[in-house]
Design a protein around this ligand. Structure first.
Ligand code: NAD
Length: 415
């Protein structure tokens, strides 16, 4: 990184180490859980529309599969490298264990900036990548999902590429279009899950959500659905942003008017009538709840002492590095960690996968009710553990998850 700040993997490993100490994890188990089970790097050559060949690098990392098939998203981003994918894969192991769904943890990615790629180039790249990692995928082996810069269409291409060799296999990916076995509710599930957790947190901590002001960084799948779910509850969203910058208004934005921004290629900064802010300013803006919902490592020692929110709700993965975490904890900011806050996405993926296997479709109402139940129960379990040990939520969440994965790994004879 060259900035002296920890890499994503160093941060995630430090959080793991802290929780492993807390539960006195044995050295042998520590050695197994600290490392990935399998890491593959593949070449992804793509003939671009102008006739040139671009050769991209893709990854799939399977961290731990003791509790079920590997599960985790696919990210297309210039900063997606093996270090980041490893960190994200291990977070998936802790997340699936924490919400107690029958999956392990994995992540994948391609080092690429897809913003200016045509649909044809994206499709070719996705199919090549799927074929290159296809031998480690499987309905009971490893099931990808969308993440940054991938969506239902990308999942449809992955499913089609895999199905070409295996027969019609919708359960091979989640986050699919509804016409191909996608589950009504899955697209919104991460964002809705974030809001269900916030409701549970406010209830426990005696915070009146109806008067809270929320700022959201990132207005893609997760950020835009957080905004919409808050809007449905009449909670004020005072700031949103995307890669180009953000907008702010202290008495609240018109969220309904922003809805089509997330699905078009437009930016929130094109919406007139609000104060323009930078992404750095959004992190430090005047609000009660801050929701990073874009990339990692946005709250660090550079800015953690200027965060004004009293609740940090980590919708993005690893938005806070170890130094940022320490500063916020010292300042009494309540952090709802990523492995808990954004676990609605993988929980919704579990619902979709289970429905595909059963060839049965739930109504969206049932999907959301089950999701709320999982998120609320998980929050309460983490908060109970944290209160009993007088520790923040993050080490509590990691401790619960590591204990579950360690038990399963031991019983399966990994050590
Ligand atoms: P997305 O690609 O749909 O949206 C990403 C958003 O971040 C976009 O609005 C983009 O403009 C913005 N962004 C990109 N670079 C930025 C920058 N430098 N500064 C500020 N904003 C920037 O991705 P997503 O699926 O919404 O994922 C967002 C985060 O949530 C990621 O950390 C992802 O790992 C995490 N997450 C996603 C899911 C899911 O189901 N999609 C589940 C769990 C966690």
């Amino acid at each position: 990184m060259g900035t002296g700040e920890p890499s994503p993997l160093e941060s995630v490993n430090a959080f793991f180490d802290e929780a492993a100490d807390l539960i006195h994890l044995r050295d042998e188990m520590y050695a197994v859980l600290k490392t990935s089970y399998r890491e593959i790097q593949v070449q992804v050559p793509v003939r671009m529309d102008n006739g040139d060949l671009s050769v991209f690098t893709g990854y799939r990392v399977q961290h731990n599969g003791a509790r079920g098939p590997y599960k985790g998203g696919i990210r297309y981003h210039p900063a997606a490298d093996l270090d980041e994918v490893r960190a994200l894969a291990s977070l998936m192991t802790w997340k699936t264990a924490l919400v107690d769904i029958p999956f392990g943890g994995a992540k994948g990615g391609i080092t690429v900036d897809p913003t200016d790629m045509s649909a044809h180039e994206l499709e070719t790249m996705t199919r090549r990548f799927t074929n290159a990692i296809g031998h480690v995928l499987g309905v009971n082996r490893d099931i990808p999902a969308p993440d940054v810069n991938t969506n239902a269409q990308v999942m449809a291409w992955m499913m089609d590429a895999y199905s070409a060799g295996h027969g019609y296999t919708p359960a091979i990916v989640t986050g699919k279009p509804l016409d191909l076995g996608g589950a009504p509710g899955r697209e919104a599930a991460t964002g809705r899950g974030v809001v269900y957790v916030l409701e549970a947190a406010c209830k426990r901590w005696g915070v009146d959500l109806s008067t809270a002001r929320v700022a959201i960084q990132g207005f893609g799948n997760v950020g835009s659905w957080v905004a919409r779910a808050l809007h449905e509850q009449h909670v004020r969203v005072v700031a949103v942003s995307d890669a180009r910058g953000g907008i702010y208004r202290s008495d609240g934005l018109d969220v309904a008017a922003l809805e089509d921004i997330a699905t078009s290629r437009r930016s929130v900064v094109e919406v007139a009538g609000y104060d323009q802010i930078t992404n750095d300013e959004l992190i430090e803006c005047d609000c009660d709840v801050l929701v990073p919902a874009a990339l990692g490592d946005v709250i660090t020692q550079r800015n953690a002492d200027r965060v004004r929110a009293t609740i940090l709700l980590e919708a993005a993965n690893h938005p806070t590095d170890t130094a940022g975490d320490k500063i916020l904890n010292e300042r009494g900011v309540r952090i709802v960690p990523d492995v808990l806050a954004n676990a609605g996405g993988v929980t919704g993926s579990y619902f979709e996968w289970a429905q595909n296997i059963q060839q049965f479709k739930w109504k969206e109402g049932r999907f959301n009710d089950e999701l709320r139940d999982v998120m609320t129960r998980s929050f309460d379990a983490v908060a109970d553990f944290a209160e009993s040990r007088r520790i923040p939520l993050r080490p509590a969440a990691f401790a619960i998850a590591i204990e579950r994965v360690a038990r399963a790994s031991k019983m399966r004879g990994y050590i």
